[in-house]
Design a protein around this ligand. Structure first.
Ligand SMILES: [Zn+2]
Length: 74
């Protein structure tokens, strides 16, 4: 059985077919057709750079903390 791995942009394209997509940075609706957007899934090069900057700043890093032991005794 073969697995098909989609690039992230393709995944976004599929999701956009289900619901209208906005730029994840500035929340503006993306112009159609999405598949021809050079900066997809962003609306512009500026937003793409903003996203890249966030990655570099480490803001997207997931804090690695062990799950707290919660005693749910009701
Ligand atoms: Zn944008």
């Amino acid at each position: 059985m073969r697995r098909v791995f989609l690039p992230y942009s393709s995944l976004c394209l599929l999701l956009s077919a289900l619901s209208p997509m906005n730029c994840p940075i500035c929340k503006k609706p993306l112009p159609e057709p999405l598949g021809e957007q050079p900066f997809f899934p962003f609306c512009s090069e500026r937003c793409k750079l903003v996203d890249l900057g966030r990655w570099l700043d480490g803001k997207y890093q997931i804090p690695v903390t062990p799950p707290a032991d919660e005693d749910e005794q009701n």
